[in-house]
Design a protein around this ligand. Sequence first.
Ligand SMILES: Nc1ncnc2c1ncn2[C@@H]1O[C@H](COP(=O)(O)OP(=O)(O)OP(=O)(O)O)[C@@H](O)[C@H]1O
Ligand SMILES: [Mg+2]
Length: 356
Amino acid sequence: MGFRFLKTYNFRNLKDAKIPLPARTIYLVGENGQGKSNFLEAIHLLCFGSSFRTKVDKLIITHEKKEMAIIGLLEKEQENVRINFKFSGKKQIEVNGKKIKDRKELLYNTPCILFCHEDIGFVKGSPDRKRWFMNQTIGLYDPLFIDDLRKYSHLLKMRNSALKEGKIDILSVIDIQLVPQALTIMEKRTKLMEEFQEPFSKVFSTISGFKEKVELEYIPSWKGVSTFDDGMKALEITKKRDLKFGISNSGPHRDNIGFKAEGRDFTKEASTGQLRLISLIMRVAQGNFYTGKVNKKPILLLDDVLLELDPMRRKKFISSLPEYEQAFFTFLPEENILNSRDDSVLVYNVTDGVIS
Ligand SMILES: Nc1ncnc2c1ncn2[C@@H]1O[C@H](COP(=O)(O)OP(=O)(O)OP(=O)(O)O)[C@@H](O)[C@H]1O
Ligand SMILES: [Mg+2]
């Protein structure tokens, strides 16, 4: 199971082609700038309906062209699913010929876990990236959470406009709706971070080889808040400042994740390699956590991440990968991929947008 083929048309530097994918594990090997990550991006677009490299959809169209499309045939237990992603000024996604209204529908069709350089942001980046990790992990198994976030974000926007315009009377009406929504998000994040600790620690102890144990910590913006009244009080505390700056200074949109090693902030002292390793561990744990929750296997996309690991960790990392329907790895030609290769692996060379 997994994608049986991928057809691309005017997508980035990839030459228009139908690429058969008759294997569970696929390696894409090529020099820099040939189109390996673009290929992974195409699969990501079919799984998530969005790119992992840009928010601006028109950038994915081949230069000088006006429209693009990607089609993939996904083999599933019950039936095959044909996913068609098109962009020509507007994004359009079809599943078995039917237009989908919400990208959410796509996510549950083809769960996908991506490993890429930018993942280091989950460990060392802005709190925004850390929230994104929590949100994505919950969203992979709880479709309602995506709606929870949307509702909260809508109310937050309304609240910020009211703050900017100094409309105090409207503010209290919004707050009464915003607090329950905020509490739902916090509850789900709290539960996630409690449950996620175990798969994280398991993978951590297998792969890391660090002397100290690193533990995750959910750092909510509203500390100790668990009831409606607590939430209203928390808003009251920052209200003066909120009105002064025309922005909401507290709430789940300011939550964070901490990484603690023996009580200290691990991210302040860790080497770049260690930070990267932790971000990989987060992704492996995310995959394991997901399979444990829904009893389905994801598609894995691994963009260059093995390159940074020493041979021993590379081996451990590969053996710790979550069970998958299909996995795509990118490699540079000089990388020693043979160590991690068996006969069932399909190897494609990627040269100037041609996959052969
Ligand atoms: N919209 C576009 N139209 C045409 N070419 C594009 C477009 N967007 C990106 N490219 C080109 O695609 C090429 C391949 O990019 P990609 O990121 O897939 O390389 P890669 O094989 O993953 O390389 P690396 O090993 O450096 O990561 C780049 O040279 C880039 O200039
Ligand atoms: Mg690349």
